[in-house]
Design a protein around this ligand. Structure first.
Ligand SMILES: Cc1cc2nc3c(=O)[nH]c(=O)nc-3n(C[C@H](O)[C@H](O)[C@H](O)COP(=O)(O)OP(=O)(O)OC[C@H]3O[C@@H](n4cnc5c(N)ncnc54)[C@H](O)[C@@H]3O)c2cc1C
Length: 531
């Protein structure tokens, strides 16, 4: 057992922790980043199997006016490739470009639901106005990530600022869940579902419909999405920061200013940045030496956080296919949202799923598999093919395909407790392959070289994220953190002395851009404090 002294300790080497570390290390701070896994990256990483590269986390990276300027400022050279998106419903597939995205989507919906053409126009005009706001937000390099502000940029910034402030105001007012918002515009439930089921349950409207802008702003690092955290990690080391992997923190003692890993080693800090699951932080917090009055606020925060749940999780299938890229590129772009049926999920993922989970013990395997059949036929798949962007990511003549769908952690947990997790996994994998072979990829089933999957339970275990969540807190009840872009700088504050929080649990709605922004904000607060 050892004891180590560090000025700033960062727990969690996902994108938010890495971002905080790189800025602190660049400012000359003594930084130690502790990560439980062998590699940093968290929910942004790539892995290799049999000559194929797969992205296990986010399938593409939203530039959001952040990635390019950040890498430029940090002097990181990373080549990005285009990552255009397609949307498909049944046999109708559209390829999105920044110029045509909304118009093509409108035409697609009108072809599928001609009876709702008028409602579709109203929905589309809403998407258009949110897209305009997103364009305003992201159209220039984010000033936080562009330190070299030359005359031309300053001029651009001054012109942009008033519009940006107006957008912030509008965005804050559009937090109604997307499902109920759409229900005010149309009574066609299939239409509502087909739009809303791309997103997490009850996603705020501005965030959900803003995805139509995001679809046109995705970029892809040559070599896979995992190249981004890798490049940042290298930079942290270059700046003199330290990274210790395979170190899981299991105790935080704020009165001693110490964290402890699972082997009993302790690490002293002046400042701690918690960049991992927030419920874990409060569960392992040791408050024994605290005065009651000092711990009150922390205990209230603990109670609040532990009463909340993580957002939807995802079930992913990674498949090596013995077929050339052309077999897939003739259908869509390499990042593809595909729904095999225009019917929409309806109650399959609401009351039917809730009832299945609640009454799990009284249900037979057949009941559960019947629900699974329906879910797999009606849900929306995010399909990603890394070699579309970078052909070196699959052996010649073969294609690696990533297929994922949103999936409920609690159902899998019950299945696991009932001891048929492995069997259930292969039932899910088979259904995903069958549905796609019976629709968009007729020969997929017969050409599978190998397959493996990641589930909400494996995500929870590997990344240590509550309920396997991939974007922080569930929207099903009010989120327990800052959820207004104007207040994002304060999202990193905690009631625990000398402890900051960053990442998907610090701000909602979450994702890669806000993970990076919160990491940056925590670093700036510490740098300013030292100055
Ligand atoms: C399939 C998929 C698709 C996605 N698509 C998108 C998308 O299109 N757009 C978007 O914006 N976002 C997307 N995301 C979400 C995005 O990737 C994450 O929200 C973001 O990467 C979270 O970064 P983070 O740093 O907050 O947390 P994480 O990535 O969760 O990092 C936390 C880190 O902490 C480590 N850790 C946990 N506990 C401990 C401990 N006790 N001690 C030490 N280390 C610990 C973990 O191992 C992990 O490395 C997607 C995610 C997935 C999985």
């Amino acid at each position: 057992m050892s004891k180590d002294n560090h000025r700033t300790i960062i727990v969690g080497g996902g994108m938010s922790g890495i971002t905080a570390a790189v800025y602190l290390a660049r400012a000359g701070h003594d930084v130690l980043l502790l990560e439980k896994n062998k590699e940093c990256g968290g929910l942004l990483n790539s892995f290799q199997r049999e000559g194929f590269t797969f992205d296990a986390g986010a399938r593409s990276i939203l530039n959001a006016g952040i990635i390019h300027p950040m890498l430029r400022e940090l002097d990181i050279e990373l080549e990005f490739l285009e990552s255009p998106v397609s949307i498909g419903i049944e046999n109708d597939i559209i390829n999105l470009t920044p110029e045509n995205a909304v118009d093509e989507y409108r035409k697609l919906l009108e072809r599928l639901y001609p009876e709702s053409a008028e409602d579709i126009k109203v929905v589309i005009s809403k998407i258009e106005s949110i897209m305009k706001d997103m364009q305003t937000m992201y159209k220039i390099d984010n000033p936080n990530f562009r330190e070299q502000k030359d005359g031309a940029y300053l001029k651009q910034l001054l012109g942009w600022l008033p519009g940006f402030i107006r957008v912030l105001g509008r965005m804050g007012k559009q937090s109604e869940p997307v499902e109920s918002y759409l229900a005010k515009l149309t009574s066609n439930q299939s239409l509502i579902d087909i739009i809303a089921q791309h997103f997490f349950k009850k996603t705020p409207t501005s965030f959900a419909l803003g995805y139509f802008y995001s679809y046109t702003d995705y970029i892809y690092p040559r070599g896979g999405t995992g190249e981004l955290p890798k490049a940042l990690v290298q930079k942290i080391i270059e700046f003199g920061g330290k990274i210790q992997t395979e170190t899981e923190i299991t105790g935080v003692n704020p009165s001693e200013k110490e964290v402890r890993d699972k082997n009993g080693n302790t690490y002293s800090y002046d400042t701690l940045i918690w960049s991992a699951d927030l419920k874990t932080l409060y569960r392992i917090l040791e408050l024994n030496n605290f005065e009651e009055k000092d711990s009150q606020e922390i205990l209230e925060q603990k109670e609040l956080l532990l009463s909340k749940r993580g957002c939807d999780s995802v079930y992913s299938l990674f498949v090596g296919v013995d077929a050339p890229l052309e077999e897939f590129s003739s259908k869509s772009n390499g990042h593809f949202f595909y729904t095999p049926s225009k019917q929409g999920l309806g109650e399959t993922h609401w009351s039917e799923l809730d009832s299945l989970i609640e009454n799990f013990e009284t249900k037979s395997k057949d009941d559960i598999l019947q629900w699974l059949d329906k879910y797999c036929q009606l849900t929306t798949y995010e399909i990603s093919i890394p070699a579309f962007r970078d052909p070196t990511l699959a052996p010649n003549g073969k294609t690696g395909v990533e297929i994922s769908m949103l999936f409920e952690y609690d159902l899998l947990k019950k299945v696991k407790d009932a001891n048929w997790y492995e069997e259930f996994q292969s039932e899910v994998e088979n259904r995903m392959l069958d549905v796609l072979s019976n629709s968009i990829y007729p020969s997929l089933r017969d050409k599978v070289l190998f397959q493996s999957s990641s589930t909400p339970l494996s995500i929870a275990k590997i990344v240590g994220t509550s309920e396997g969540a991939i974007v922080g807190w569930s929207y099903l009840s009010p989120v327990p953190v800052v959820d207004n872009l104007r207040k994002i700088p304060s999202s990193v504050l905690t009631p625990i002395p000398n402890v900051y929080q960053t990442g998907q649990w610090a701000y909602s709605p979450a994702g890669l851009p806000t993970a990076i922004i919160t990491g940056w904000n925590a670093a700036q607060k510490i740098i300013k404090k030292k100055k």
